[in-house]
Design a binder for this molecule. Structure first.
Ligand SMILES: Nc1ncnc2c1ncn2[C@@H]1O[C@H](COP(=O)(O)OP(=O)(O)O)[C@@H](O)[C@H]1O
Ligand SMILES: [Mg+2]
Length: 296
């Protein structure tokens, strides 16, 4: 498929796609929102954010499908303390139905990936297309579909991010994370004309640090890509042992991590209803003359 054809196909799969006027008759609008949780860099908190956002959305009365798009290095089930499974492969090879492949916890449905499944490794398939097909077929059963994206800027990951209605970029306050996120935003803009993304800064130690990261990325994105970053907020660095941190993800009790993600979800929801005020967007003036790596 040529670049132009792929791009057209991808965009035609989006929920906001409108075919030409003559073909519009059979079009059924869907209210399902798809959000890709992405970053470029690994280990910055995408899976943590995906799980926390899913829980917050469910708590606010929404029905959520979380898809682990890291289809053969899946972490979502591990973090939830669930047994590993090969359901992703079973769905792909049509051995089980979609419903049988889900882990269901009330209104939170999880399609986890496999973990080093060698049949899946051998199988040649485009996971972006497969996941988009799954969403096309079952997406309208949900209010939100969250895509926990793999690290990197592989074509299929970028395609999934471009396909989504929204992209939450998870960034850490270190240069490599900021640089990788900028690279992802740049590819999305240059290949798919995606110019709007959301930003969550995870593992933040201070307000000053948070503002510096936000300013750095926003300046660079607006100056060189003419893009917009809608800032959803910080998540504090939790200085807790890893096993305790992971227990917090599984538990229903509210710890401070839940509070940060609750604020993020509220801000995002307010934005959809027009209440969102992106104060940072208007206050910062671009300060760099030419394209440079974002700096802290
Ligand atoms: N706000 C935070 N404070 C402290 N540790 C965090 C925070 N967010 C994530 N982590 C830890 O960082 C590691 C990577 O997180 P993860 O969500 O798996 O990242 P990714 O999915 O981007 O690879 C995990 O060990 C997780 O416990
Ligand atoms: Mg992950």
């Amino acid at each position: 498929m040529s670049k132009g054809e792929l791009s057209h196909w991808l965009m035609s799969q989006r929920s906001d796609f409108r075919p030409s006027r003559e073909l519009d008759l059979g079009f059924i609008a869907t209210n399902t929102k798809t959000i890709a949780i992405a970053s470029g860099k690994g280990g910055v908190g995408k899976t943590t954010a995906s799980l926390m956002l899913a829980k917050q959305l469910v708590n606010s009365g929404k029905k959520v499908l979380l898809i682990d798009c890291d289809y053969n290095l899946s972490n979502t089930a591990v973090k939830l303390g669930l047994p590993l499974n090969d359901n992703f492969y079973s769905l792909l090879s049509m051995e089980k139905s979609f419903s049988e492949c889900l882990h269901k916890d009330g209104n939170l449905h999880l399609l986890s990936g496999c973990n080093g499944n060698s049949d899946l490794f051998d199988k040649s398939f485009e996971h972006d297309r497969f996941i988009i097909d799954v969403i096309s077929e079952h997406g309208n059963e949900y209010d939100f579909i969250l895509l926990d994206c793999p690290a990197g800027i592989g074509k299929e990951t970028v395609n999934l991010a471009a396909y989504a209605d929204h992209r939450f970029m998870i960034v850490n306050p270190d240069r490599s994370s900021i640089t990788d996120t900028y690279a992802l935003i740049k590819i999305l803009k240059q290949k798919y004309s995606v110019s709007e993304n959301h930003l969550v800064v995870n593992r933040v130690s201070s307000q000053t640090q948070y503002l510096r990261v936000v300013k750095s990325l926003m300046d660079t994105v607006s100056t060189f890509l003419e893009g917009q970053l809608r800032v959803l907020g910080p998540v504090k660095f939790m200085n807790t042992p890893v096993d305790e941190f992971d227990r917090g993800l599984r538990g229903a009790e509210k710890n401070s991590l839940h509070k940060y993600f609750s604020k993020i979800v509220h801000k995002f929801t307010d934005e959809s209803t027009g209440l969102f005020e992106n104060v940072l967007n208007s206050d910062f003036k671009p300060s760099v003359e030419q394209e440079v790596q974002p700096t802290l």
